[in-house]
Design a protein around this ligand. Structure first.
Ligand SMILES: *Cc1c(COP(=O)(O)O)cnc(C)c1O
Length: 377
């Protein structure tokens, strides 16, 4: 059990402040400490923290005011002028924009490849001379999967020692309960905890985890570098949100198990329907990403995508469904969906719907889907 949130901005710190665990709440806060310990436990993996190279490890985590604050911390702590970053062309839209608008003008070069061929692109030299390789698997919204172990091996081969690119994984769709990037060989594991991690659609939060003692190329401790970024930028989470997140994490296994089971049932149902052109869910044995996903994920996540004939059909489905809430974001206890092309940010078909399975009774949802699809083909 954890006591309530600690709201102090300055803490009582007589004498030498270096000796005090908490001095000012932009740097440290006891409620964050409890949340970070819980997240670090998840990030250490179910194998008890064994790196792909066989070495045991402990994860350390830092929480941020949003998923994007966590993304920015990785880019900001690692990238310098003259560096090359490799990014999936289908990565989360805001991460692409952040690099293009804030980091490229400061001298960073971006190389891109689609998630579905990132592994091959790595073998073929895309990672040469890169400072950071960013991955997102499964990707949002197209549900492509890439092989984290194989990509880390390709990154390792693309430069020895301190010239090796760091590999970071945006693990938002899977969460560290469903997939352990640090165990699979990645250097940084980032997650928007706004989504399935906290799951109630009522707070913004993000985190980054690294292996304890992991060093940056110049010998600086990676965790310290991320912590310095957070303190200097002030990309912090409020204590109330941190406390709500701690409560929410207690139900993560229950919520994740149910919503992932619902997602699989929905994917199977949608695939059986004549109205759907394509259904993507990494947990479907027929999915192109299934074999790789099975090798690196414990849970396949709550998100799936499917394509209806055109924009009208997709809008028709969403308006006729009585149980699906039309909303962006995902990973909540309530089933949500949206026609993704309405944002104009991703190159996806007009009829593509990204759907996030909630924790409702799946029979009700499938019956509702059936009614909403009727006659759309
Ligand atoms: C939502 C999301 C983010 C950004 O997280 P926020 O909490 O909204 O800032 C980053 N990556 C992925 C894959 C996401 O889905």
């Amino acid at each position: 059990m954890h006591h309530g949130p600690v709201f102090a901005a300055p803490f009582h710190t007589p004498g030498d402040p270096a000796a005090a665990p908490y001095s000012y709440a932009r740097s440290h806060n006891p409620t964050w400490t409890a949340l970070e310990a819980a997240i670090a436990g998840l990030e250490s993996g179910l194998a008890g923290g064994t790196h792909a190279n066989g070495m045991p490890f402990r994860a350390r985590a830092l929480v941020f005011g949003s998923g994007m604050a966590a993304v920015a911390a990785v880019f900001g702590a690692v990238l310098r002028a003259g560096d090359v970053v490799v990014l999936p062309s289908d990565a989360y839209f805001a991460a692409r924009v952040l690099l293009e608008q804030q980091f490229v003008p400061r001298g960073v070069t971006v190389r891109t490849a689609p998630t579905a061929v990132m592994e091959r692109a790595g073998r073929e030299g895309l990672f040469e001379g890169a400072r950071l390789v960013w991955l997102e698997t499964p990707s949002n919204p197209t549900m492509e999967v890439c092989d984290i172990r194989a990509i880390c091996a390709a990154a390792g081969a693309a430069g020895t020692g301190d010239r090796r690119p760091l590999v970071a994984v945006d693990n938002t769709t899977a969460t560290p309960l469903g997939q352990s990037p640090l165990e699979l060989g990645a250097d940084l594991s980032m997650c928007s905890d706004t989504k399935l991690m906290t799951g109630h659609g009522d707070l913004l939060l993000g985190h980054v985890a690294v292996r304890e003692g992991a060093l940056d190329r110049d010998g600086a401790d990676l965790y310290d570098r991320l912590l310095a970024w957070r303190t200097q930028v002030g990309a912090v989470v409020g204590p109330m949100e941190a406390w709500l997140a701690l409560r929410s994490l207690a139900t993560l296994p229950l919520r994740a198990e149910r919503s992932c089971a619902n997602a699989l049932a929905m994917a199977q149902f949608l695939k059986s329907r004549p109205e759907t052109a394509e259904v993507r869910y990494p947990g479907l044995p027929s999915d192109p990403g299934y074999a790789v996903a099975k090798g690196q994920m414990r849970l396949f996540g709550p998100v799936l995508s499917f394509v209806l004939k055109n924009r009208e059909a997709a809008e028709g489905f969403l308006s006729r469904s009585e149980l699906v809430t039309v909303a962006t974001s995902f990973g909540g206890i309530v089933t949500t969906a949206e026609r993704r092309a309405r944002w104009g940010n991703d190159s996806v078909p007009e009829g593509l719907i990204r759907l996030s399975a909630g924790c409702e009774a799946v029979e009700d949802l499938l019956e509702d889907f059936g009614r909403a699809l009727e006659g759309l083909g």
